[in-house]
Design a binder for this molecule. Structure first.
Ligand code: GRF
Length: 215
């Protein structure tokens, strides 16, 4: 059976990208990474991709006159590499509603909190400052509003009284890697059904078409 061709968008370290690269090395994993695109030329994740023989491109958003032009260029590159689905993995740019619509229910993001709590940036600082006792991570389908969309999988970690933001980030990141591998597996197996903006993981794959844009 052919594998789901995934494009990964990054801006930095790319440890989540690495988790996906590692998963894809297993012969029975149903996805493969077709291309990695970074909006930052110094993103370490580009090395991770190149070390694994994956095409890696830099599209610097500052070289485009508008968000639309940048998003169009990203879209064209994804199409060129025959991508079926897109993973945002530490990609620090908001994507236009048009781009999100083009990849409707084929565009995943990972966020280092239990959404809808603690959206945005400096998440672990926010969490530690708030005094909550648990945090975690979320993989979700992307909608135009930042850090919103149907939740696919979450993992919970404790927040200990003496935690720094760095302590918590490391604990959450470990869970992120597992969650992203699992979410992409489910997507590739066609097991994610979105109804009323809620995700159900089906026991077996079917071609119900439930992931098609209803609009
Ligand atoms: C992760 O914490 C992810 O949830 C957030 O940005 C970070 C990226 O880390 N969106 P990495 O580049 O995958 O190591």
């Amino acid at each position: 059976m052919s594998k789901l061709r995934v494009g990964v968008l990054i801006s930095g370290n790319g440890s989540n990208l690495q988790a996906l690269i590692d998963a894809c090395t297993h012969p029975d994993y149903p996805a493969e990474i077709a291309v990695v695109i970074s909006n930052k030329e110094n993103a370490y994740g580009l090395n991770r991709a190149r070390n694994s023989g994956i095409p890696a491109h830099v599209l610097d958003h500052r070289e485009y006159v508008s968000r639309k032009e940048f998003d169009d260029a990203v879209h064209q590159l994804l199409e060129h590499h025959l991508v079926d689905a897109v993973c945002l993995a530490g990609f620090m740019r908001l994507l236009s509603p048009e781009f999100v619509g083009r990849w409707y229910n084929k565009l995943l993001n990972i966020h280092p909190s239990l959404l809808p709590a603690f959206k945005g940036v400096h998440v672990h600082e926010q969490v530690v400052a708030s005094g909550v006792k648990f945090s975690g991570c979320t993989v979700h389908f992307v909608r135009p509003e930042m850090d919103s969309g149907p939740v696919i999988i979450q993992s919970v970690v404790p927040v200990w009284p003496k935690d720094t933001a760095e302590d918590l980030a490391a604990r959450v990141l470990e869970q992120e890697h597992h969650c992203y591998q699992q979410a992409v597996r489910w997507l590739a197996e066609d097991r994610l059904m979105v109804v009323d903006e809620k995700v159900t993981v089906k026991d077996t794959a079917s071609s119900s078409g439930a992931l098609t844009n209803p609009v």
